[in-house]
Structure formats: C-alpha cells, structure tokens
Ligand binder design. Structure first.
Ligand SMILES: *Cc1c(COP(=O)(O)O)cnc(C)c1O
Length: 415
C-alpha cells in the first residue's frame, strides 16, 4: 500500500483516518463487519480489469477461462453454504438483487406482501420512495402489538386476504428467528412466490446459528457483507426451477459486466464461512448479543420484543429521556458507533427516531466475548446518563480506546 501514500496523499489521508477510526471505535452497527485481509486482497486485485458479461462457460468476451474458475468457486461454495440448487453471485448489492428477483418472478404491478416498513423491513420491500413501492403493489403484515414479534396466524390471514404474487420475509431490524417453513407453506397455499431476504442473518445461517431458508423458499437474496463477512455485494440463491429466470434477470436484465474482483472476494469469504471456525463465530455473535441484551435490560432499557435470538437488538430509549438521534450522536462522541432506528409505533419522525439498533457481528470478529459485552452496556448507559457532562464523556472515550486497544484490528496493515 506504499504506492498510494506517495501518489495520492490527499486520498491516503482519508483512508488512514478511517482505518484509525475503525481501530479505535466500538462498532455496533448491526449491518457492518470487518473482512479478512485475504478478502481485501481479492477485492484489490487485477481481477478488476476483466470484462466478463455472461456466466462461466458462456461469456460475451474472450479470455475468461481463469475468471470462470474464480466465479465457479464462489458459486459452488455459495450453494454448499445455503443448500441451494443454484447461486447467482453477480448482483452488485442487495437492493439490485431484490430488484432482480422481482424482475425474475413477478410482473410490474403485481402485489408483494411484506412487513410494514417502519417495523423492520428494507426500503426495497415496498417503500414509496423506492422503486419497489412504485413498480409494484405493496401490502403489509404487521408485528403482533403485544409480543412485537411476527405472528404466523396473522401472516396467513393477510396472505389469504391480499392474495399476493410474492410473499416476502427477512428484515433489517428483527431480533427473532424467522419461521421460513411456515412462510413457505403460506406462500404455497396462496400461490405466491416464497422469497426470503436474509441480508442480515446470512452469516448466522451459514454458521448454523439460524435455520436455513432453503428448501422452504423459492428464492433467497442475501448481501455478502453483513454477518457473512465478505465484500460489499449480494447474491441470489434458488431452486433449479427458477435458475434460468434469475440468471436472465441479473444479466442481461438489470446488470452488465460483473465485478469479478468482488466475486473472487465473495469466493474467499464463502471459503472462510465453510470452515469450522465460522460456526464458532456465528455462535459467539449470538451469545454476545444475548449478553449485551440482558445487560441493557438489567440497566433499565426496554428492548423491542423483550430480547434477541440473533445478532441484533432494538433499544427503546423513550423512558431514558434521549431520542435515537441524540443517543447516536452522544455515543459517537465516545467512539461507540450505533445507528438510530424507529421502534414500533414510534412517535418520532424517522430522522429522529426513538430507538437505537445494536449488533454484535463486527466486535465479535475482533474477538470480544461476553465479559466485554457487559462493559459495553455499562459504557453506553453511563454516556446516556451523563449526556451533558463533557469531562465524563472524555473519560468514557478513553475507556473505549483502552478496550479496543486490547483487540487489534488489522495488525498486519501498516498504512
Ligand atoms: C442491507 C439490506 C439490503 C440491501 O443491501 P444493499 O447492499 O445496501 O443494497 C436488503 N435487504 C435487507 C433486509 C438488508 O438488511
């Protein structure tokens, strides 16, 4: 990396500062993670230079014999991780991949039944500001108002009332296990395509800490950069029957040339996820989340749905006298990184919100365990309780740096 420093010091400065920020901060944004140096090597490689429109064995450009080897490794490993008949590893991002699935399986104007968006769905599940809300009819199911969890009887009732062409499960801020089997049965009973968007929990699924969506689903989307700990990007997994339609929707339907350096990096990450250590990782992510959730509740915070079974939790701050936005900014001051999030029936606007989302995937990658989770809960609570006290916040920030200093990030990188 020596070249960049001397050729472009302006950019190198930004990159150096970001590395320092990542090293010093407690990263609790549930959708983030730290990829391995091997993944970064593939991302930053000469595979970037190749045009490869098409698929392995059927490219629209010559010279792809080695690119085919790399993309086939990504495909085979993806299929093994998720028990899939077919994998398309070319989607550039989760949002594109969701668009590609809709394009492959339903018609413009058809109806998608998904979770009511402010309750934990993704923009691409039907938000009016997103293509999904403009190209398709959107109907929603809700969380149970008591348990704040998904009630499958309610989902069935909504599916029977709405008769959607596509039934969608999978969320950005749902701390409980998704019942793919029941979702699949309901979809079949109403004649809908069964789709799961497992962007958040893919690493838990790959590591055996959450049930598999296949064979219950017809088609599954996941990003590759969240709990799965790979490069930014996505993939689509499906049964044989949808393979052709999915491939056509990705290319030439919505994409051109695949980003082969990123596909190689996906192969590296999938290889890592197939190793036994990844099972330990997934288990530890969940164990850490359970302890962090328990500790937050012990400190008097209400958690939406009363806890977590996966890698994230949603903290309701209404009784603590801070909004989500205030808490996010306050914690950023002491180098704890979280994101504000709407809670069910939130009285605040999305820009402000009444909750924060906390996730354990990134810090578990750095090696933190249960005892550090307890310390993190205490740091968060102390910051919120002392929000006007700059001296106290400064000392908390030092505690944060002392903690992260014990778990070096990328010690092999000298930038
Ligand atoms: C993150 C996420 C996506 C979108 O991923 P991008 O790569 O940011 O476009 C889609 N669905 C869910 C459920 C997500 O959490």
């Amino acid at each position: 990396m020596g070249k960049l420093r001397s050729l472009d010091p302006e950019l190198a400065e930004a990159m150096g500062l970001e590395l320092e920020r990542q090293r010093q901060s407690i990263e609790l944004i549930a959708s983030e993670n730290f990829v391995s140096v091997a993944v970064m090597e593939a991302m930053g490689s000469w595979l970037n230079n190749k045009y490869s429109e098409g698929y392995p064995g059927k490219r629209y450009y010559g010279g792809n014999q080695f690119i085919d080897m790399s993309e086939n490794l990504a495909i085979e490993r993806a299929k093994k991780l998720f028990n899939a008949d077919h994998a398309n590893v070319q989607p550039h991002a989760g949002s594109q991949a969701n668009m590609e699935i809709y394009f492959a399986t339903i018609k413009l104007g058809d109806k998608i039944l998904s979770l009511d968006l402010p309750k934990g769905g993704h923009l691409t599940h039907g938000s009016p500001v997103n293509f999904s809300g403009q190209f398709y009819k959107i109907a929603s199911y809700n969380l149970d108002s008591e348990t704040e969890q998904i009630d499958m009887d309610h989902v069935r009732k909504r599916a029977e009332e709405e008769k959607p062409q596509l039934l969608l499960c999978g969320y950005t801020v749902y701390p409980r296990i998704v019942d793919f089997k029941e979702f699949g049965e309901i979809a079949k009973d109403v004649g809908a395509v069964a789709m799961a968007d497992v962007a958040h929990i893919a690493g838990l699924i790959a590591g055996g800490a959450h049930p598999q969506p296949l064979p219950h689903m017809d088609v599954v989307m996941t990003t590759t950069h969240k709990t799965l700990r790979g490069p930014k990007g996505a993939m689509i997994l499906c049964k044989e029957g949808l393979a052709k339609a999915v491939d056509k929707a990705v290319f030439p339907g919505l994409q051109g040339g695949p980003i082969e350096n990123m596909i190689a990096a996906k192969a590296v990450a999938f290889g890592e996820a197939l190793r036994p250590e990844f099972k330990d990782y997934a288990k530890q992510v969940v164990a850490n989340a359970k302890v962090l959730a328990g500790e937050m509740m012990a400190l008097g915070y209400r958690l939406v749905s009363g806890g977590t079974d996966n890698h994230l939790m949603l903290v309701d701050l209404q009784e603590k006298g801070v909004t989500g936005r205030e808490a996010e900014q306050l914690l950023e001051k002491i180098d704890i990184s979280v994101n504000r999030n709407m809670i069910p029936n939130d009285p605040q606007k999305p820009w402000v919100a009444s909750g924060i989302r906390l996730g354990t995937p990134a810090m578990t990658t750095r090696g933190l365990k249960e005892s550090e989770m307890k310390e993190i809960a205490r740091l968060i609570d102390t910051a919120i309780a002392n929000k006007g006290d700059e001296a106290k916040l400064a000392s908390l920030k030092e505690e944060v740096h002392a903690l992260t200093g014990k778990f070096p990030l990328y010690p092999e990188i000298d930038f």
